[in-house]
Write a protein that binds this ligand. Structure first.
Ligand code: NAD
Length: 490
């Protein structure tokens, strides 16, 4: 990389990295990059022009035959090396995430661990004999044999948002490379510095030129990428509104799609729940990453019998959340990613209150918050079923609490959304937990745990939350085509 990212002067990040070479754009479009905790501009991200987008896709297309033909064990070694280099660069990657996104140290560190673990997991999967071995199919005709096998789908366009930049990127790049695909990545223009670092790490690991390429910019760059005829597969993470456009673009050439979209998830506190644990899970589920999570469990459902006790303990916990720049280890919540995102969240909150929702209590900002894009956590009690805060994804530190009387009512309230990403249930009753697991409309259900994510466990939602699954073996298969052969046995 040609740019020193930690200099105090404004830096300018290149618009594209194609076959290992960085390129600057002659167009004037560029996005300012900020330090979310101070509000200060730290640099610029140039946007790729049409020629660069085309060149990046062509580079990936040229690199495809050789990469697809490498032995899975060779791909495993490279993925393992990337995981090791991420670990070795932990300090710099963590510092950059803290600077750009304002993530507290433990959250920034967790992102680095998650990215490294994802590359490591897919390295290991590449070495398992069953991952790539053809499977025999029993047929009712012994004059022929049947076989199913998986082949890399081709060139993949990977488009990611700004809330967990390095993590979402690793979730896409690692399985794509493991499967034998070459890729063009488009990071979010607001948090691209970590992806530039990751690109440097992948080059250092020895990935052949053209296997991973980067184009930078906003939705217009993403749209051109998805429309390119040499793209075979699109893996997109972002809002449901953008996901619909991506799916429409993909339809032109029947490109394969994986869509990881929005959510409006529930956390259910049964009457038998351990209330201290429920409060801890509610705080983490609604306010981790300053609530900027597709998986935010911002609709909290609490049984009537424990409602008052829960709300009292929740209020104490929310008021104790330290919202501050990511300097000390005690900081629990950082800023939102940008002034625009904070404005968006505050506008939605005002709309909800205007429509009758009442704020039960809020947290507070530390004096050190200054000009950063901070917002204190807010808890709304008993909003109406059609209140915007109950129905719309807020993507910020705003949680709603509603009471219920029966499990059936809790399940109906939780499922009363067109999204279906995740859910959390807090209960001491294993039978109830089993019922909730099957009846909640969600891709992943946590029972009495925080939002644990492992590369071994798939991620993805139902309904408006998206199509397909990332992580796990299914995540790798999503970058492969399932194929069959029937062979004369004589
Ligand atoms: P966004 O949809 O605005 O942008 C996401 C990415 O898509 C960005 O890189 C953007 O430049 C690009 N993009 C925008 N329009 C495009 C188009 N027409 N074609 C191609 N690319 C386009 O979303 P955001 O504001 O960056 O992120 C927040 C959203 O992401 C939330 O809705 C959140 O729920 C969702 N999200 C989902 C998951 C998940 O795993 N389900 C994870 C993280 C975030």
């Amino acid at each position: 990389m040609t740019t020193h990212l930690t200099e105090s002067t404004l830096f300018t990040l290149p618009s594209a990295t194609i076959s290992g070479q960085t390129h600057h754009s002659s167009t004037t479009t560029k996005t300012p990059l900020h330090n979310a905790s101070t509000g200060a501009q730290i640099g610029w991200q140039e946007h790729a022009n049409s020629d660069q987008i085309d060149a990046a896709v062509r580079a990936a297309h040229t690199a495809l035959p050789a990469w697809r033909a490498t032995a899975p064990t060779t791909r495993a070694k490279l993925l393992k090396k990337i995981a090791e280099l991420i670990e070795a660069d932990r300090e710099r990657l963590t510092a950059m995430q803290m600077q750009v996104s304002g993530k507290p140290p433990f959250e920034a560190n967790l992102d680095v661990s998650d990215a490294a673990a994802t590359f490591d997991y897919y390295a290991n999967l590449c070495t398992e004999a069953t991952t790539f071995a053809p499977e025999q199919i029993k047929l009712p005709d012994d004059t022929v044999t049947g076989e199913r096998y998986y082949e890399a789908v081709g060139v993949a366009a990977l488009i990611v948002p700004w809330n967990f930049p390095m993590v979402t990127t690793a979730w896409k790049i690692a399985p794509a490379l493991a499967a034998g695909c070459t890729v063009v990545l488009k990071p979010s223009e607001f948090t691209s510095p970590v992806e530039h670092m990751l690109a440097g790490i992948m080059a250092e690991a020895g990935l052949p030129d053209g296997v991973v390429n980067l184009v930078n910019g906003g939705g217009e760059v993403g749209a051109q990428l998805t429309a390119h005829p040499l793209i075979d597969k699109i893996s997109f993470t972002g809002s449901t509104a953008s996901g619909k456009k991506v799916m429409q673009a993909a339809a032109q050439d029947m490109k394969r799609v994986t869509l990881e979209l929005g959510g409006k998830s529930a956390l259910i506190v049964r009457a038998d729940a351990d209330i201290d644990r429920a409060v801890t899970l509610a705080v983490g589920g609604a306010f981790a990453n300053a609530g900027q999570m597709c998986s935010a469990t911002a609709r909290i459902l609490v049984h009537d019998d424990v409602y008052r006790k829960f709300m009292a303990a929740f209020e104490t916990a929310v008021r104790a959340v330290v919202v501050a720049p990511p300097a000390g280890d005690d900081v629990a919540m950082g800023p939102l990613v940008s002034a625009a995102q904070r404005d968006r969240v505050q506008t939605l909150l005002a709309q909800g209150v205007e429509a009758g929702a009442s704020v039960a209590f809020s947290g507070r900002l530390d004096a050190a918050c200054g000009e950063g894009f901070f917002m204190a956590p807010v808890v709304v009690a008993e909003p109406a079923a059609d209140n915007v805060l109950w129905t719309e994804e807020v993507f910020g530190p705003v949680a709603c609490v509603k009471s219920f009387r029966t499990d059936e009512e809790a399940i109906a309230l939780a499922n009363d959304t067109r999204y279906g990403l995740v859910a959390t249930v807090v209960t001491a009753d294993p039978d109830a937990a089993r019922r909730f697991k099957t009846q909640l409309r969600a891709g992943l259900v946590w029972i009495n745990t925080p939002q644990l994510i492992f590369p071994q466990v798939c991620w993805g939602g139902l309904g408006l939350s998206g199509i397909g699954r990332e992580l796990g073996l299914a995540g790798l298969r999503s970058y492969q085509e399932l194929r069959h052969a029937i062979t004369d046995a004589s």
